[in-house]
Write a protein that binds this ligand. Structure first.
Ligand code: HEM
Length: 563
């Protein structure tokens, strides 16, 4: 009797199946795919994404990618459908604007909260639409001129942070990481909800510690592989089966933050309602700025006119959308600002000559930020913006310490048949493309002695004409030393805030916060490193568990006069 396998049709079928398999999974990716022209980080990367996923699981992904760039050049293949880039042309393709803007990878869906998308987790037109609602309140012109922003900054800086530095006479120093995280979180939460509804972590250490602990449960740096690379639903299912992939209390911590954010939204709605009904001038700092911007956007989309805003009451779905957006900006702040800014201060504290130069510059302005029991005279934003050295130390710090452990992945979009990334053409939709500012900022052809902290690389001593701090300024100055002109090579390669239409919406605010804090600190204090044994310097990332510590000594100067 004839066995099924010896039947000629069955044999042909199996042969065809094997041929199709070999073609699709071996011949096509190795020889025919547009990605086959890109050197692979590892031979297996040509045919399977498992090699890269294994590196991610072991937290070795960054190391293997950095080594691959060194060995293979600026375009490296990580899988049959994945590549990373380390050139400005590559970045401009993947992180560009408009037509050139790629979609975000699905892993960003992890940042959906309250069952609804926010700007960070949305793609395509939906993203642009959400971003337009809030871009105005993050614009430099708004941040620098709003009396509410100034009131919040004065309160957080002069009533919370500077008194802490003044009291910090311990020779063992003050751990700066949580303090600077708190500075940004206190400011941003007040910017969102109004000063009296914002966080107060600089003063309330216990509340801060509890929040940070829960945060690490909700966003466990070590376990993010499971949440970002394996579908969260699948991860949760495996956890329910008993696999300990996520820390205990992960879901509860998430729920706690969602409830907390929704509560703040309800408080802000009540406060705003009173402000709209009374039509009085809101006390400085009390307007829930971000909440109001998102709420106005939602109301306008629902057809409410400006004159009817007082009668608008968001329903539950709209309140969730408001909570999701505002809470996401707190996550963005927690994950980036404190770590990057600590590094800026770390380098200034290690380089006393640079610190003296910075202090001289800060004391040279018309209204220096001298802080005493009775005087809190904050300079105007433009006076700080035009200081070349102040802006240079910020930019140099951000050059060396800015990156998340991941590559902020994009994917070639579905709305066109093929895309190009730098010289690599004809990429089909769905190819994952990533980049690391950490690597981009250490290119020796762009940044001489790239691993050296050197703020002078951001200063031109001879140029003339309009001055641009390179972090969003256009101010004229009489000094011979000017920030590097916009469009210079290092400036073009500056990628700390990412780029294009999905670049950091909070960058002007972040830089403003840094300028003011540095002006306050270095006009009035001298800083030195007390203990850096638990600090990774420029080797670390932003986000993560923030277990790093940097102890800094603060020495009060006599009314800001340099010692
Ligand atoms: C030094 C501090 C900061 C750094 C280095 C930084 C860096 C970045 C980067 C690299 C991105 C792009 C991420 C991606 O493509 O996946 C981003 C996006 C974003 N950042 Fe920041 N950021 C900082 C501070 C802030 C602050 C203070 C806020 C507060 C609002 C903020 C809010 C955001 C938001 C909402 C996005 C998403 C933008 C969008 O999807 O259109 N960031 N940031």
């Amino acid at each position: 009797m004839e066995t099924p396998i010896s039947h000629p049709f069955a044999l042909t079928g199996i042969t065809l199946l094997i041929s199709a398999f070999v073609y699709k999974f071996i011949i096509y990716p190795i020889f025919l795919s547009p990605l086959s022209k890109i050197p692979a980080a590892h031979p297996l990367a040509k045919v399977t994404s498992l090699w890269m996923q294994y590196q991610r699981w072991r937290h070795r992904d960054f190391d293997v990618i950095r080594d691959a760039f060194a060995r293979k050049g600026p375009y490296v293949r990580l899988g049959p459908n994945e590549m990373v880039v380390n050139s400005i042309e590559g970045i401009q393709s993947a992180y560009g604007v408009g037509q050139h803007n790629f979609d975000k990878h699905w892993s960003y869906e992890y940042f959906i909260t309250h069952g609804t998308k926010n700007m960070f987790s949305s793609i395509g037109k939906d993203h642009g639409f959400r971003r337009r609602r809030i871009a105005g309140v993050y614009a430099k012109s708004f941040v620098q001129s709003s009396p509410h922003v100034r009131a919040i900054l004065t309160s957080v800086l002069c009533e919370r942070m500077l008194p802490l530095f003044t009291q910090s006479s311990n020779p063992a120093g003050l751990d700066l990481v949580p303090v600077l995280q708190s500075y940004a979180l206190d400011f941003m939460s007040s910017f969102m909800f109004g000063l009296s509804r914002g966080l107060n972590f600089i003063r309330d250490e216990k509340a801060r510690e509890y929040w940070f602990e829960e945060y690490n449960r909700a966003y466990p740096a070590k376990d993010m592989f499971w949440l970002l690379e394996v579908y969260p639903a699948c991860t949760r299912f495996l956890c329910r089966l008993g696999f300990p992939l996520l820390p205990k209390g992960h879901d509860e911590a998430h729920d706690m933050f969602e409830k907390w954010a929704l509560g703040k939204i309800q408080e802000s709605e009540q406060a705003l309602n009173v402000q709209l009904q009374e039509k009085n001038d809101t006390s400085p700092g009390e307007l829930p700025i971000l909440y109001n911007a998102v709420r106005t956007g939602i109301a306008k989309d629902a057809g409410i006119r400006d004159t009817e805003m007082g009668e608008f009451t968001p329903d539950h779905k709209q309140l969730c959308e408001l909570a999701s957006e505002c809470y996401d900006h707190l996550i963005a702040t927690r994950d980036t600002f404190g770590t990057s800014f600590t590094y800026v201060i770390y380098e200034i504290s290690r380089h006393q000559d640079a610190q003296d130069e910075l202090r001289r510059e800060l004391l040279s302005i018309e209204n220096p930020f001298v802080y005493t029991e009775t005087s809190r005279s904050m300079p105007e934003p433009a006076a700080l913006e035009r200081l070349p050295f102040l802006n240079a130390v910020i930019k140099e710090g951000l050059r060396l310490r800015n990156n998340t452990p991941g590559s902020d992945p994009r994917v070639t979009p579905t709305h066109r048949a093929t895309s190009s990334v730098g010289p690599v053409e004809n990429l089909p939709p769905g190819v994952r493309v990533g980049a690391y500012a950490w690597c981009i900022h250490r290119n020796p052809d762009v940044f001489s002695n790239p691993t050296q902290w050197d703020p002078s690389r951001w200063i031109d001593t001879h140029s003339r004409g309009g001055v641009d701090s390179g972090i969003g300024s256009e101010v004229s100055s009489d000094s011979d030393r000017r920030p590097k002109e916009k469009g210079s090579k290092p400036d073009k390669w500056f990628f700390a805030f990412s780029g294009g239409s999905r670049g950091c919406v909070g960058q002007q605010t972040a830089v403003e916060l840094m300028r003011y804090a540095l002006a306050a600190m270095y006009t009035n204090f001298k800083t030195t490193i007390a203990d850096e044994s638990q600090y990774p310097g420029d080797k670390g990332f932003v986000s993560g568990e923030c277990t790093e510590k940097l102890f800094v000594r603060f020495e009060r100067l006599d009314n800001g006069a340099a010692t």
